[in-house]
Design a binder for this molecule. Structure first.
Ligand SMILES: [Fe+2]
Length: 255
């Protein structure tokens, strides 16, 4: 895994040339209150992975349930159990970082995208979830790796490697799954559910990066740029499975 090139990471560098961005450390006495509030908003109110949010437990429990219930054999179950363990770890990392900002990580509100609420009713569902939805995390994580909050930047590389493992595991599950005509048919059918959900996760194309994001150096790419890169990298995987790629604008809830 060490020397693997993580997809999307050729989009770096994040830092805007000539910018005045500086790094802030844990308990940094120089951290502006504005900055602290912004990081709390980002991690507590806009990010699904947070063990302080009971809805995240539901998301993880659904993934664990489908992964362990439908895995075709013990080896696949072990991979699913590992993925679940790592996702709990991500939620705890984020909760710890929220706490490091002097904020209670507890938040009862739903903050995730709708992809996390879609039903996972079969092995094909959970495999496509890993292959396509976990994969979106790689592209969002690109921005985190360049974060100006040092504890967040520091854990991001590990988070990225683990999400890459989840996405790769999903793709490998699918390679086995499409070997039968029935499997291929189910995969093609479910792709019409998961492909638009994955593309919608990047947000609206016309929304400009908020000035706060730019000011604090957390987002260097637009939603459309990240989505286009995801499409460019992911379409060949779908083709490799022998499946037809759905129209990129079909079944989308927003564009
Ligand atoms: Fe994660």
């Amino acid at each position: 895994m060490e020397n693997q090139k993580i997809p999307g990471h050729d989009l770096k560098p994040i830092k805007v040339a000539g910018s005045q961005l500086r790094m802030y450390k844990r308990n940094d006495p120089d951290m502006p209150e504005d900055y602290r509030r912004f990081m709390v908003k980002l991690l507590k109110h806009a990010h699904v992975e947070n063990c302080g949010n009971p809805n995240y437990r539901t998301v993880i429990a659904n993934i664990a349930d489908a992964g362990l219930r439908y895995a075709p054999d013990g080896r696949a179950m072990m991979i699913e159990a590992e993925i679940v363990k790592q996702e709990v770890g991500h939620g705890q990392f984020v909760a710890d970082i929220i706490a490091s900002l002097g904020e209670d990580p507890h938040n009862p509100d739903w903050v995730g995208q709708y992809a996390f609420e879609l039903p996972l009713k079969s092995w094909c569902d959970i495999s496509l979830f890993h292959m396509l939805i976990d994969r979106v995390g790689l592209y969002v994580g690109i921005e985190w790796m360049g974060s100006t909050y040092e504890p967040l930047a520091r854990i991001s590389e590990q988070l990225e490697k683990e999400e890459y493992f989840h996405a790769t595991a999903g793709f490998r599950h699918m390679k086995r799954f499409v070997k039968t005509p029935d499997g291929k048919r189910e995969a093609q059918d479910l792709l019409h559910k998961w492909w638009p959900a994955a593309l919608d996760m990047f947000g609206k194309s016309d929304s400009k990066n908020s000035s706060q994001y730019v000011k604090w150096g957390i987002k260097a790419h637009t939603n459309a740029e990240l989505r286009d890169k995801y499409i460019e990298d992911t379409v060949p995987l779908i083709v490799e499975l022998g499946l037809d790629v759905p129209d990129n604008s079909a079944n989308r809830r927003f564009l």
